[in-house]
Design a protein around this ligand. Structure first.
Ligand code: PBG
Length: 318
């Protein structure tokens, strides 16, 4: 009876699995605050991709950790950059795995911010220059497109990103390439473990001048509307668990698929409490993923993708 009347069902088809790829050789480093999640060099990546594809996870989201950082994050648009090489490698060896690239600068800039810094900022005197950054975002997205990526996901929260990326892609013949917008991204403390993982913590100030205030709900709709009008194919809310109301708002308002990002801190909390023996980790994992789906998410980006897929497969074979 419960199976017949169940309103929400999780499936492995819902998941996108994030991957951290580091420039270098022979690297397979576990991220201490994210048990089970590793930074890989390209030569060590195949077993992980074998697992992801065997479990039937449809897509991966790539984050790169370069050797060299600079003030602009120039490696992001280098056709021989770490992400570009990874995209080519995966599309060659795993053609059926969808490859999505995160398009941002914070892992590539020496100051750790998501764009170009210029003077005149209101808070610290220096700030990210929205409009100058847009040109570089487009260069980066185009370079990923040339490498063969299946979808780009700009995550820097610069106004006008989607319009400029769309125009750049269309201008070079990539008019079929979809864009997933990090539309509603909050300035969240839940990103802590990711910044260790991706080595992307800002060296001064914070991201409050471009990421959203967690107190604001209507502003989320406002941001998503911009991205929708500018041609975003998928709208994303990030983080997920503390922002289920925002997921639900977007689902009610827009016809595009809605994605949410179950971020590093949400993963770390469950893993840590499970390790202490304080909660039933797998059940709490499934309950929280289910709540995201129930709130309206069509797609869940999650570090739990492999764990959850394994559980879902066991259930259906019973
Ligand atoms: C920014 C970016 C961030 C995450 C993904 N892309 C965080 C930030 O603003 O520092 C966080 C993801 C997570 O916490 O899992 N390019």
């Amino acid at each position: 009876m419960r199976r017949l009347v169940r309103e929400t069902k999780l499936s492995v088809d819902d998941f996108i699995y994030p991957l951290f790829i580091e420039e270098g050789k022979d690297i397979e480093t576990e991220i201490s605050s994210m048990p089970g999640i590793k930074r890989f060099s390209l030569d060590k990546l195949s077993p992980e991709l074998d697992e992801v594809t065997t479990l039937g996870i449809p897509a991966v989201l790539l984050f790169g950790i370069p050797k060299n950082k600079d003030s602009k994050g120039q490696e992001t648009w280098d056709d021989e950059g770490i992400i570009q090489k990874t995209i080519r490698f995966i599309k060659k060896d795993y053609p059926n795995l969808m490859v999505i690239s995160d398009v941002c600068f914070c892992e590539y800039t020496d100051h750790g911010h998501c764009g170009i810094i210029s003077g005149g900022g209101i808070i610290s005197g220096e700030d990210v220059d929205n409009d100058k950054t847009l040109t570089n975002i487009s260069k980066q997205a185009l370079s990923h497109a040339r490498a063969g990526v299946d979808m780009v996901a700009p995550s820097g929260m610069m106004d006008g990103t989607i319009a400029s990326v769309r125009a750049a892609l269309d201008g070079e013949g990539f008019s079929d390439l979809p864009v997933m917008a990090y539309s509603v991204k909050y300035a969240s403390a839940f990103y802590g473990p990711f910044r260790d993982a991706a080595d992307s913590a800002p060296s001064f100030g914070d991201r409050n001048t471009y990421q959203m205030d967690p107190a604001n709900r209507r502003e989320g709709m406002h941001k998503a509307k911009f991205d929708s009008d500018e041609g975003a194919d998928i709208l994303m809310v990030k983080p997920a668990l503390s922002y289920l109301d925002i997921i639900s708002d977007l689902k009610a308002e827009f016809d595009q698929p809605i994605a949410c990002y179950n971020v590093s801190g949400e993963y770390a909390m469950i893993k840590a409490a499970e390790k202490q023996g304080w909660i039933d980790g797998p059940r709490v994992m499934m309950e929280s993923l289910l709540s995201m789906k129930r709130a309206g998410a069509d797609i869940i980006i999650t570090y739990f993708a492999k764990d959850a897929a394994r559980l879902l497969h066991n259930k259906t074979s019973q």
